[in-house]
Design a protein around this ligand. Structure first.
Ligand code: NAD
Length: 345
């Protein structure tokens, strides 16, 4: 009863991370591949034993509708293409796993959710940290008040991008990547701030920076920094950058102690420890189970109807928060938020 997936977009993440992990999943297999590159279709199709009639170009994709071997579509394209391809996959009657971030606007997220409802099919956003033992344990520790009441939270996601320009790297193109580092990497800190506190922010203030004359930042931002206030009184600071030395960090400081994660949300090699009252280091499991874990969660939902932990609604919520961050930076003002993340005024 394995679920056959069509993989749309054979780029770095699909080829190097997700596709090699399918055999570790309980009931997921690569049933079809979709790419604009015939040579890649041949090589990857042969490597994964994908039948010739299940190797599609973007033009022949819609034929998957009639193909019973395919039950789900995994969209691993540049972010600006997610909305179009998720909606096409629902039109073909398939369930959809969509890479993060869900899209580049809350309006697109709403269209994607509506398309899934119309089709009566499932939509999951591939937020792998929800299936990664360190982050799952961190959520549990915070609910148990392992550091007392949460007061301060800090996340940093940065790396220094090499020389490039929008025509050669989609991550620097506004049409495909939005503002840049926040959508791509800072989203891990945004997610951490939400699942570690268990709250939605009631206000956000933000600043962005884009240096002049650097082709990497002709269209996107170099840094995005935001400060959030939660209804409990907790405060979070989130920074993300494409132009500073690498870090992937989260810290929660409570009334009784501190939890640190460094690296916090990587593919592997997570480190997590508390300081203060109950100082200790944690090793709750192998982070690499996150890849198969998210596939298992999705196929369980397809087969048994179990609820999806990271649904389209979560992707939508996160896009609303990113829009609030950009609105605050543009206006030079604090933005107030409703509990669903919509801006008040
Ligand atoms: P990538 O550049 O390695 O691959 C993108 C693929 O899309 C390439 O094969 C490219 O040929 C194809 N493509 C199709 N149409 C394109 C177009 N118009 N312009 C540019 N490329 C086009 O990117 P990636 O790192 O594999 O990222 C793909 C998606 O996966 C993104 O949404 C990204 O955010 C997400 N991602 C998620 C994680 C994670 O840990 N969950 C990690 C990396 C990437």
């Amino acid at each position: 009863d394995s679920v056959g997936f069509a993989i749309v977009g054979l780029g770095g993440y699909a080829l190097n991370q997700m596709m090699p992990r399918f055999p570790q999943a309980k009931r997921a297999h690569v049933a079809a591949i979709v790419s604009g590159n015939p040579e890649k279709l041949r090589q990857v199709g042969d490597a994964y034993g994908v039948p010739a009639d299940a190797r599609h170009s973007y033009e022949t994709f819609d034929r998957i509708a009639a193909d019973k071997r395919i039950e789900a579509v995994y969209v691993v394209l540049p972010t600006g293409l997610h909305a179009e391809w998720v909606i096409r996959a629902f039109a073909a009657g398939k369930h959809v796993l969509c890479e993060k971030p869900m899209a580049l606007s809350s309006a697109d997220c709403e269209r994607m959710i509506a398309a899934g409802k119309r089709a009566g099919r499932k939509l999951m956003i591939a937020y792998r940290s929800h299936f990664e033992p360190y982050n799952v344990e961190a959520m549990r520790l915070m609910r148990q008040k392992a550091v007392g009441t949460i007061r301060l939270l800090r996340t940093e996601q940065s790396y220094r991008m090499g020389p490039t320009r929008p025509s050669e790297n989609w991550r620097t193109s506004r049409a495909l990547a939005g503002g840049g580092p926040l959508e791509d990497y800072g989203i891990y800190g945004l997610q951490s701030a939400l699942y570690l506190t268990g709250e939605m922010p009631e206000s956000i203030s933000a600043t962005t920076f884009r240096p002049a004359g650097d082709p990497r930042f002709a269209e996107i931002l170099a840094h995005v920094s935001s400060q959030w206030r939660f209804p409990s009184g907790a405060v979070a600071q989130l920074v993300t950058s494409y132009d500073s030395a690498g870090i992937n960090f989260a810290e929660v400081r409570g009334t009784e102690g501190v939890l640190k994660m460094d690296p916090a949300t990587s593919y592997s090699g997570q480190k997590m420890w508390t300081e203060g009252r109950d100082a200790r280091a944690f090793s709750p499991g192998d982070p690499e189970v996150q890849f198969a874990g998210q596939l298992d969660h999705f196929t369980d939902a397809i087969r048994t109807g179990s609820p999806i932990r990271t649904p389209g609604e979560m992707g939508l919520r996160d896009l609303r928060l990113m829009e609030a961050i950009y609105a605050s930076a543009e206006r030079g003002q604090t933005v107030r938020l409703a509990p669903d993340g919509r801006m008040r005024g």
